[in-house]
Design a protein around this ligand. Structure first.
Ligand SMILES: [Zn+2]
Length: 347
């Protein structure tokens, strides 16, 4: 055998295999995953994997409007099994390129989102929007900078500020812990393009209208409306079949933001977590929040303490008892609503 041929063959097969590994189901990555499943060092072993396998194998990108696709993630909190994948990464394909909204918790998930995009279009991702500072929505940015050094990454100015001021670091730590290291090798790629309320960002023929607010789910929320597709990306200002944490949120602010959104000329609502739907996605979540807030005010006037309210409020929210996180969050939401209502009295 001619020895000189060997390196060529190796090189050739490597070239053939490489895009497959990068794209999805490379055999080496399968081995890593198989090992991960049987070993106690699960997440550590998998942290070497380039692409999040769950997102590419078990999820698909659903076309929700002419140019808009959403990968609906599971209604879970981050853990070693989902490796942090739990949000709704989305992409919008224009004639001039692709815009991504909320590419997920890690570089591995971001690369998985890119695999889905490549199945639909060869156009490059030229812009990324982040809806708020919570890391499960934006730490996947890294994958898009990696794929295109000229990508523009947009967010609320306060999102950029808080990410820089320590939120980026603490989210990486937090997600690394919750996923037992599955997101490791993720670096925070903080957005550089500060959005303005009412701004319209153009990408070829498509227009992305930006809605900023002071305080809803957080103080860093941007909602993105794709005018031509009549789509609204709400971030966690709205969720479906899942009760989000409100620790950084405002009941009154959230209710008001949804009230405004109900008037937009939209047909499709993409919540931060849960399935895309019509405007009822907005009103269902708004009803949850306003039921808590209104009832808390009434019961406070009757002299009840937060801990005495839970049963009465749960009765009014029976339609939501199957929403993920209901039992865990309701007590906390009532306490937060009580504080906010007391605050309101002083205004
Ligand atoms: Zn959030």
């Amino acid at each position: 055998m001619n020895i000189r041929k060997i390196p060529l063959i190796v090189l050739y097969s490597a070239l053939l295999t490489l895009p497959v590994i990068a794209a999805d189901s490379g055999s080496d990555l399968d081995k890593v995953e198989a090992k991960a499943a049987t070993s106690k060092t699960t997440a550590k072993a998998d942290s070497t994997a380039a692409v999040h396998h769950g997102i590419t194998k078990s999820y698909s990108a659903k076309k929700v409007a002419e140019h808009t696709y959403v990968i609906h993630g599971p209604l879970e909190t981050p853990n070693a099994n989902n490796k942090g994948f739990m949000n709704n990464p989305a992409f919008v394909i224009s004639d001039a390129g692709v815009a991504v909204i909320d590419p997920g918790s890690s570089v591995q998930i971001g690369r998985g989102v890119l695999v889905h995009i490549k199945k639909v279009t060869d156009k490059p991702v030229t812009m990324v929007f982040n809806t708020h500072v919570h890391g499960d929505h934006w730490l996947g940015n890294q994958a898009f900078l990696e794929a295109n050094p000229d990508v523009k990454i947009y967010a609320h100015p306060k999102m950029i500020e808080s990410a820089k001021a320590g939120d980026a670091e603490s989210w990486i730590k937090n997600l690394s812990k919750l996923t037992e290291g599955a997101i490791d090798s993720t670096e925070a790629v903080i957005p550089t393009e500060a959005l303005k309320d009412g701004q319209v960002v153009k990408l070829g023929k498509l227009s992305f209208k930006i809605h900023l607010n002071e305080h809803a789910h957080t103080k860093t929320d941007a909602m993105i409306e794709v005018l031509e597709d009549k789509v609204l990306f709400t971030g966690d200002n709205v969720t479906a079949k899942r009760i989000p944490r409100m620790d950084d949120g405002s009941f009154r602010g959230s209710i008001a933001v949804i009230e405004k959104a109900l008037k937009y000329d939209i047909e499709h609502v993409v919540p931060g977590h849960g399935q895309t739907g019509s405007k009822t996605v907005l009103s269902d979540y708004q009803n949850y929040l306003s039921t808590i807030y209104k009832t808390v005010k009434i019961l406070s006037e009757e002299g009840l303490e937060a801990f005495e309210m839970k049963e009465k409020i749960a009765e009014k929210l029976v339609d939501y008892k199957d929403w993920r996180g209901f039992d865990d969050e309701l007590g906390k939401h009532i306490s937060l609503a009580v504080l906010e209502a007391e605050q309101e009295d002083f205004e």
